[in-house]
Design a protein around this ligand. Structure first.
Ligand code: CA
Length: 361
């Protein structure tokens, strides 16, 4: 079995889908992080493709190592692992489809097949508390029974309006009642002292995890916040490989690690990070904002992890992406069902990729 082609396609939605095609016409599907769209697609098509043509796609570990080491000087945090991610996921999908087994079987076997999802609702910085509560109500109506509100302001705006954030959290808690899980994502926007003060107030209202309370690069500060609060502190969407996650665990002392399979160099490395998390007795809760291939890859790994039992991140159904596939995953009663079809269980309809491709400039 040999690789005949590797193609990354940028979609109109900014998603990047990767196809790995063999000489006999079989195709594996993967996805890269959408954060650096055209740059990432170009990286896959120009830097990774030549390393893969003619190779045996079943040698996933060896090809992962080749991609990492041969493009090392192009940056190990950001574009490089995000590009490798799309190819690596496609290789796992291709292997599963070629042997007729779901990816979760190749990764060790599933512990569960139905995964509860939490509604990940962003844009808090620009919304009033009432507007955010309105979005939570909409997610409740869609069937969600677990929630996270995200501020989305980043490191550029520290402690912009903590009183408003608290009121937003309080209103959302009041709306959903005392029992449904509610999390808060500061998107790196607090100082250490403000994060600790806010965290105590969130704890009093009922919070299940406090995500990226401060700047992601301040490991010492993160450790201070984690030590001061009872609520589990999480981070990891800005980390890429096992070496950064080692530092996040040992230095930042987070309770929950959050790699994203479309950023952290794919399923191969996400599985190693999961082992690392389990070794240090930390919880594993992926960042996942890509609703089709990215979420499918994350869930195939999550269902193989015995302790990965928290509701998983989901930004909600995206019909324009889902209708590209023959049989998209089904979201019902706040849960996604993982199909037992080969690979990731997703196959593109003929012509779907071409119809959704962004215009080439
Ligand atoms: Ca986040």
């Amino acid at each position: 079995m040999k690789i005949r082609d590797v193609r990354a396609t940028l979609l109109r939605t900014r998603s990047i889908f990767v196809e790995v095609e063999t000489e006999d016409g079989a195709v594996g599907l993967g996805e890269c992080s959408p954060m650096n769209g055209p740059v990432l697609a170009h990286f896959v098509n120009t830097a990774l493709r030549p390393l893969l043509l003619g190779e045996d796609p079943r040698d996933i570990g060896r090809l992962w190592h080749k991609m990492l080491t041969r493009t090392y000087k192009l940056g190990v945090q950001g574009v490089q692992p995000e590009a490798i991610a799309g190819v690596d996921i496609a290789l796992w999908d291709l292997l599963g489809k070629s042997v007729g087994l779901p990816v979760y079987t190749l990764l060790g076997g599933k512990h569960r097949e139905r995964i509860q999802m939490y509604a990940s609702i962003g844009g808090g910085a620009a919304l009033s508390p009432a507007e955010m509560a309105g979005r939570v109500q909409k997610a409740l109506d869609q069937g969600f029974r677990a929630f996270k509100i995200r501020m989305d302001w980043g490191v550029a705006r520290q402690n912009a309006d903590p009183a408003k954030d608290l009121e937003m959290f309080r209103l959302c808690r009041e709306l959903i009642g005392p029992d449904m899980p509610l999390s808060f994502d500061a998107n790196n926007g607090y100082s250490v002292s403000t994060a600790i003060q806010q965290g105590r107030r969130f704890e009093a209202l009922g919070i299940v995890h406090f995500e990226e309370p401060i700047a992601q690069y301040d490991y010492a500060g993160m450790a201070q916040v984690a030590a001061a609060l009872d609520v589990p502190i999480s981070a990891g969407e800005h980390e890429y490989t096992r070496w950064q996650f080692r530092d996040l665990i040992l230095q930042a002392q987070v309770d929950i690690v959050q790699p994203d399979v479309v950023k952290c160099a794919g399923l191969s490395e996400a599985q190693r990070i999961a082992v690392l998390a389990e070794t240090f007795n930390r919880q594993f809760l992926p960042h996942q904002t890509q609703p089709t291939l990215g979420t499918a890859a994350n869930l195939h790994l999550c269902c193989t992890l015995p302790h990965c039992t928290r509701p998983q991140e989901y930004t909600g159904p995206r019909p324009e992406l889902e209708e590209m596939f023959e049989a998209p995953y089904v979201f019902e009663e706040g849960c996604l069902q993982i199909p037992d079809r080969p690979g990731l269980g997703l196959t593109l309809k003929p012509g779907a990729l071409e119809r959704m491709a962004a215009e080439r400039g």
